[in-house]
Design a protein around this ligand. Structure first.
Ligand code: FHN
Length: 615
């Protein structure tokens, strides 16, 4: 039996290949994703750097993608290129010299560093990390190592990083630099160069780029801009490990307090950057980690990308990450003129109001005592205090918490201090939201529960409370002769999607199991979400809980063209099928299992099973 707390399996197309190669074999995908983010090796990083204290306490940072591509905004020569905006040089095949020439049009006269830093503060963020140099090689700072900089190649001429560093220092915000250490599309010896390589070029010439640009520029960034909180490296790809090591030594020598993220490659770094935009549903079994996310879909400004996250969604994602023990870095993409898209400002300010009003439930907190969230919301912790963030009203207005392993001292609504009634039903605590129910849920209510000692939850099975629907995801399962695999793909406007499936059914004896802690013996309406390729169509399956079972048959779910580059179950559409009513007659620990009855091919991909109280 294989129990997985957390898996990052390299399964998506690497960005470098994404726009050129429509189909990758599973093996290629595995390799390319790992190559791109250096992800597998990063999972062993130990959280030991002293600066991780602030990283863990602060929880919330602003990411900024800004560069020449922001002036293009997704358009090159009157044609819109959909995808992540900062990849337009790649997507539109812009010749190196033309791209570099575009610097003459970058003139961010409206950039106001102080206003930007104040926006980060208003949002409740404590750190800013900005693309000092992205894959296109253009530097937003002055550099002796390159002429392709804001100071030398644009009419603007001023050092943008200097202005930002000064504003951050004045406003008490930490500053970090994003630096693309491997990919440099405009440097003849850089990774993934987009021009014609110099005569006699050999891959080892990467060293020329590295010594002449990367080392000097990282040195400049860590010498000329005061205290730097972190260098955020990205896409190490196939860069040999020695280079990552050299960068670690350089950063540590110049600024020992500066953190380095795992995308430096080679298994180095101080903490793990998870796959883009991934909010893990189960607590990752790694040291310190972060989720990076965007306010809309693309990282850099793109005129068509209006898919703005609402203030509530931003708060929810921040809480979900904090509740699993991580830090959250949320991106904004300024326009070429230096202004921030208005909707991003609105969402950041409104979500910031909530963060400030509930600051004690965010900053300095640790993970929830439960490894998974709840369908009504999630929990952050500080010592004896639990903060229950209510995203959706639970049925009967009660939050049910089993086996906290401590006694309750008080319960209040955090923003107005009003008391909340708590009752006990055996080992289950019931928090009654009473007259709070019906409150405007766009402002997430938080219940502060004070215990007489820290909560100790020994039963990490998914809570099935009899009141709210619960989805048992592939990530939460134990597998036997089948496996759980994560797939990622990029949507049209650049948003990464993550789906995990139980798949690769080896025989009729294969089974997947979800441990559930049932608080309310009851009947549950069961839904399965699956994808099914042609060769697995008409296979038959048994879903069971103890002696109770439901049999179902699966149908080919058809390819999903929005993710057509992605082979395997994730390339198919998902079907959500209601299987029927399942009796769960006893409270306590139970198991939901699925096993093939008649297996065809390698079987279906199961994304999740939803149990909805049946009434
Ligand atoms: O290729 C980059 C992408 O443009 C963006 O910077 C993201 C942010 O995490 N990192 C890379 C892809 O993962």
């Amino acid at each position: 039996m294989i129990k997985k707390n957390f898996t990052i399996k390299a399964c998506a197309a690497a960005l470098a290949l994404l726009h050129t190669s429509p189909f990758l074999s599973a093996a290629e995908e595995e390799k390319s994703m790992d190559k791109m983010w250096g992800e597998k090796e990063s999972l062993n990083i130990e959280a030991k750097h002293p600066a991780l204290k602030w990283f863990k306490d602060d929880k919330y940072a602003m990411f900024i993608h800004w560069g020449l591509y922001s002036e293009m905004g997704g358009v090159w020569k009157d044609k819109t290129y959909y995808g992540i905006g900062e990849w337009i040089m790649h997507m539109a095949n812009i010749p190196v010299e033309e791209y570099k020439g575009f610097a003459s049009q970058f003139n961010p006269e409206k950039f106001d560093a102080t206003q930007l830093v104040k926006l980060a503060k208003a949002a409740g963020m404590k750190t800013i990390v900005i693309t000092a140099k992205h894959h296109d090689g253009f530097a937003l700072f002055d550099s002796d190592a390159s002429d392709f900089t804001v100071t030398k190649a644009t009419p603007y001429k001023r050092d943008l990083m200097k202005q930002l560093a000064d504003a951050c220092a004045a406003e008490g915000i930490r500053l970090g630099f994003y630096y693309s250490q491997n990919q440099d599309w405009t440097e003849p010896y850089g990774g993934e160069y987009k021009g014609k390589r110099p005569k006699g070029y050999k891959p080892a010439d990467f060293n020329i780029y590295f010594e002449k640009k990367v080392i000097p520029q990282v040195t400049e960034l860590l010498t000329n801009y005061g205290d730097i909180a972190m260098v955020w490296f990205d896409t190490p790809g196939d860069m040999p490990k020695e280079y990552s090591q050299q960068l670690v030594e350089l950063v540590t020598k110049l600024q020992p307090d500066c953190l380095i993220n795992s995308r430096i490659g080679g298994g180095y770094g101080d903490y793990v950057s998870l796959g883009d935009m991934y909010v893990p549903p189960v607590r990752p079994n790694v040291g310190a980690w972060e989720t990076v996310d965007t306010t809309n879909n693309s990282w850099s400004y793109a005129w068509y990308d209006q898919n703005w996250k609402s203030p509530k969604t931003i708060c929810e994602r921040l809480v979900r990450v904090a509740a699993r023990g991580g830090s959250y870095m949320l991106n904004v993409g300024p326009k070429g003129d230096g202004t921030i898209p208005e909707q991003a400002v609105v969402s950041l300010e409104a979500s910031g109001d909530w963060v400030k009003a509930h600051s004690e439930a965010i900053y300095g907190t640790t993970a929830s005592p439960f490894d998974q969230g709840f369908s009504w919301g999630d929990i952050t912790t500080n010592g004896n205090d639990l903060y229950l963030h209510v995203f959706d009203w639970p049925a009967k207005g009660a939050l049910r918490l089993p086996n906290l392993g401590a006694n309750i001292k008080s319960a209040i609504i955090l923003d107005d201090g009003s008391e909340v009634e708590v009752t006990e039903d055996g080992s289950i605590l019931e928090v009654h939201l009473g007259s709070q129910v019906g409150r405007d849920l766009s402002i997430i209510p938080v219940v502060k529960l004070t215990l007489d000692s820290p909560a100790k939850v020994t039963n990490q099975a998914t809570q099935v409370d009899g009141l709210t629907p619960v989805t048992l995801l592939a990530e939460m399962a134990t597998t036997d002769a089948c496996s759980e695999k994560g797939y990622r793909w990029m949507e049209k406007f650049g948003e990464w999607k993550h789906d995990h499936f139980i798949q690769g059914w080896e025989s009729k004896d294969s089974k997947v199991t979800w441990d559930i802690n049932v608080l309310e013996p009851a009947q549950y309406s069961v839904t399965v979400e699956y994808s099914c390729e042609n060769d697995a169509a008409n296979s038959e399956w048994i879903l069971s809980c103890g002696d109770e079972s439901i049999t179902f048959i699966t149908f080919e779910s058809g390819a999903d063209s929005t993710k057509s580059f992605q082979p395997g179950p994730a390339r198919q559409r998902n079907f959500k099928v209601n299987l029927g009513v399942l009796d769960i007659p006893k409270a306590g620990l139970n198991q939901i299992q699925v096993t093939p009855r008649i297996l065809k091919g390698k079987g279906i991909g199961i994304k999740g099973i939803t149990l909805q109280p049946y009434r």
